[in-house]
Design a protein around this ligand. Structure first.
Ligand SMILES: C[S@@+](CC[C@H](N)C(=O)[O-])C[C@H]1O[C@@H](n2cnc3c(N)ncnc32)[C@H](O)[C@@H]1O
Length: 259
């Protein structure tokens, strides 16, 4: 490894800055350059040292500011130049975040790096919506899946793996294919009345939680004009949200209030 710079692949969590790890916060305050994504909240960017250079490499639907290869090359270049670089990604860098592709590029270029985990949307959104991902008697396991196939790949759900009613399903990037996801899960044997939740902009002051059923999931998304980022949670554990809901996002005098 080069003894020059170092690149930290840091998870920023889902939005609420209070969910940053102590290590992530320390790195944001000491990095020389911060390379960040669209899903990193403005409140978290306020934690970055004013002396640091900020480089935005986010994507909007269908439009990449930089292609993944270019982001990898940028990180290698910055690492080689002797800087302390924070590559800040929403949630956890290794959960549907392409952090492992960036780590591989750094490893191949012999740039030293560390991976700082973040709280992934599944854990954070579920907790802020009052949904336990597992619960004795309701769910003995949880599966995280993406609802968005890789460019050029066919959309395909593994029916056998996803039909078990004892498993909670969490779907990242599921909005565009929500009808297909609901229909295929029902065809695979999941009950149409399985409880389901949509959590939009989880953990932020604009969080919205919609409780519905698997069958009604596509309609609920449409009627309420749900926008990205949103997470789908499907399974009996969603029933508990009515009793366990605790987070009422509201802003008073610019400060978040918990009710
Ligand atoms: C490219 S993936 C990145 C996931 C991220 N690495 C993580 O661990 O949470 C983006 C998807 O994560 C989910 N997501 C991320 N942040 C979210 C939030 N604050 N509220 C709801 N969903 C979120 C959405 O499904 C979004 O489309």
């Amino acid at each position: 490894m080069t003894d020059k710079g170092k690149v930290y692949l840091v998870g920023a969590g889902p939005g609420d800055p209070d969910l940053l790890s102590v290590k992530a916060m320390r790195l944001l305050q000491t990095a020389t350059t911060v390379v960040y994504d669209r899903l990193v909240s403005p409140e978290i960017m306020q934690c970055v040292s004013p002396a640091a250079t900020q480089v935005y490499v986010g994507k909007t639907t269908g439009h990449h500011t930089l292609k993944q290869d270019e982001i990898n090359a940028l990180l290698v270049r910055l690492g080689r130049s002797g800087q302390t670089v924070v590559r800040l990604k929403g949630g956890d860098p290794l959960v549907f975040g392409r952090g492992s592709e960036e780590a591989l590029a750094l490893a191949q270029a012999r740039i030293s790096f560390e991976i700082v985990p973040g709280i992934s949307a599944a854990q954070a959104c579920a907790a802020y919506a009052g949904i336990p991902l597992t619960h004795r008697g309701l769910a003995r396991g949880v599966q995280f899946i993406t609802g968005h196939p890789r460019e050029g790949d066919e959309f395909h759900l593994d029916h056998a793996a996803l039909s078990d009613p004892g498993q909670t399903l969490v779907v990242y990037m599921g909005l565009a294919n929500v009808s297909r996801i609901a229909n295929e899960l029902i065809s695979a044997g999941r009950r149409a009345d399985t409880p389901a939740a949509i959590i939009e902009r989880g953990t932020t002051t604009r969080q919205r939680t919609l409780l519905t059923s698997l069958e009604q999931l596509p309609n609920t998304v449409r009627i309420h004009a749900v926008e990205s980022p949103a997470l789908l949670v499907i399974g009996k554990v969603v029933e508990l949200a009515e009793q366990l809901s605790w987070f009422t996002p509201a802003v008073e005098d610019g400060r978040r209030r918990y009710a």
